[in-house]
Design a protein around this ligand. Structure first.
Ligand SMILES: NC(=O)c1ccc[n+]([C@@H]2O[C@H](COP(=O)([O-])OP(=O)(O)OC[C@H]3O[C@@H](n4cnc5c(N)ncnc54)[C@H](O)[C@@H]3O)[C@@H](O)[C@H]2O)c1
Length: 365
């Protein structure tokens, strides 16, 4: 086996639209990378994204970028429908790949890319940006440490006046953020098993602009997501209710993004109640402390690109690998089917495969 490379990872970014320039800025700001190319079908847009004095090369010819031996890794920030072909070409050229969310436009395409990367021993990462925020890191460790107790429910609202996308509905545009966070923070062994989706297109855009997802988890817990492009106010809140504590994350409140409440409702074991009381009350309201933890300040995208470099240099899967991207696409695809079926609960492929005894690597059992 060839010795692992050391030093900065040579990288190319594909897609100079809204998001690609953010990747460019973070690769250029990192000592772990050397950016060699910015590629876009519109080469002038690629040049503009680099700026007038950049020495990074701009191209509209992807094959030329892939033929450059300095390029070890490719970051793909193009529309979802193009992710499969661009990622497969990069993997076939022996490059590590970072793909923007969602990993692919459907489950079959995502699975193909994941399996190709695994076959070739290359790193495949999905940019689930929120997983690299201090808030989500904190939530994940709070759940893993058991301090929240068993997760009973998760309720999330992500609404604002958003750009009505030409190619995807609001579920595919906004819900990947929440679904990737759910995937990242759930304890090992707890997985979504089915999804029911409802949507509305009140402005006649041709696709759902308001969407609601309800997921059933493998331990019986419930997760609900509201995403909306038509809301005049911006809301980004998530509540996670546990058997011991409840956490509220308000991402628009930088002074107090997370609050952990030792308040809740406990069921009193009925053997502790006399007959009279048993008929009247069986719950006990807890009213304890409220804690707002100090969270670090860091740009999530900066942490994400460092995780990509670490995965490449150590040969270990990044925290949000291709399998994590695939689990999110699985839920989105099932949600689209549920929308077509008027909100019926649709089982997830990853869980079906797991139940059938098929090895689904990366899916916690
Ligand atoms: N992680 C995040 O928070 C985040 C935020 C916004 C967008 N995104 C994701 O980033 C991706 C791009 O979104 P966007 O809003 O920047 O899109 P965009 O439409 O603004 O830009 C896409 C760019 O890709 C180029 N392009 C399309 N096909 C190409 C091809 N085959 N080869 C080379 N260039 C090609 C287009 O010319 C365009 O410049 C999407 O997957 C989106 O979901 C992620």
């Amino acid at each position: 086996m060839a010795a692992r490379e050391t030093g900065p990872v040579g990288v190319a970014v594909v897609g100079a639209g809204y998001w690609g320039p953010n990747l460019v800025r973070n690769f250029q700001g990192s000592a772990s990378f050397r950016l060699h190319w910015m590629c876009d079908l519109d080469v002038d847009r690629a040049r503009r994204a680099l700026g007038r004095y950049s020495t990074v090369e701009a191209a509209d010819d992807y094959a030329r970028v892939l033929a450059d031996p300095r390029v070890e890794a490719v970051a793909i920030a193009t529309p979802a429908a193009t992710h499969r072909d661009l990622a497969m070409a990069a993997l076939e050229a022996g490059k590590h790949v970072l793909v923007e969310k969602p990993l692919a436009a459907d489950y079959a395409a995502g699975l193909e890319v994941v399996e190709e990367a695994e076959r070739r021993g290359l790193i495949l990462m999905c940019d689930h940006t929120y997983c690299y925020t201090p808030a989500v890191s904190y939530i994940r460790s709070l759940i893993a440490s058991g301090e929240l107790g068993d997760v009973h429910y998760l309720d999330s609202v992500r609404i604002n006046l958003g750009l009505v996308q030409p190619d995807v509905d609001v579920l595919w545009d906004l819900a990947p953020h929440d679904l990737s966070i759910l995937d990242f923070v759930l304890p090992r062994g707890v997985r979504p098993v089915s999804v029911a989706a409802h949507g509305a297109d009140p402005i006649g855009a041709g696709r759902a602009c308001v969407g609601y997802l309800t997921l059933t988890l493998s331990d019986g817990a419930i997760a609900h997501f509201h995403v909306n492009w038509l809301s005049p106010t911006k809301v980004r809140t998530t509540m996670i209710g546990g058997s011991k504590r409840t956490l509220v994350w308000d991402d628009l409140n930088p002074a107090q993004r997370i609050t952990v409440f030792d308040r809740g409702v406990d069921l009193i074991p009925s053997e502790q109640l006399n007959e009279q009381v048993r008929r009247e009350i069986q719950v006990n309201y807890r009213s304890g402390d409220m804690v707002a933890p100090a969270l670090g300040q860091r740009e999530a995208l900066g942490a994400m690109v460092e995780a990509f470099a670490a995965a490449i240099r150590t040969g270990t899967p990044p925290p949000t690998d291709g399998r994590a991207g695939l689990r999110v696409v699985d839920i989105l695809e099932a949600a689209s089917r549920s929308l077509e079926q008027g909100g019926a609960a649709v089982a997830l492929k990853e869980i079906e495969a797991h139940r059938a005894g098929v090895a689904v690597k990366g899916t916690a059992s």
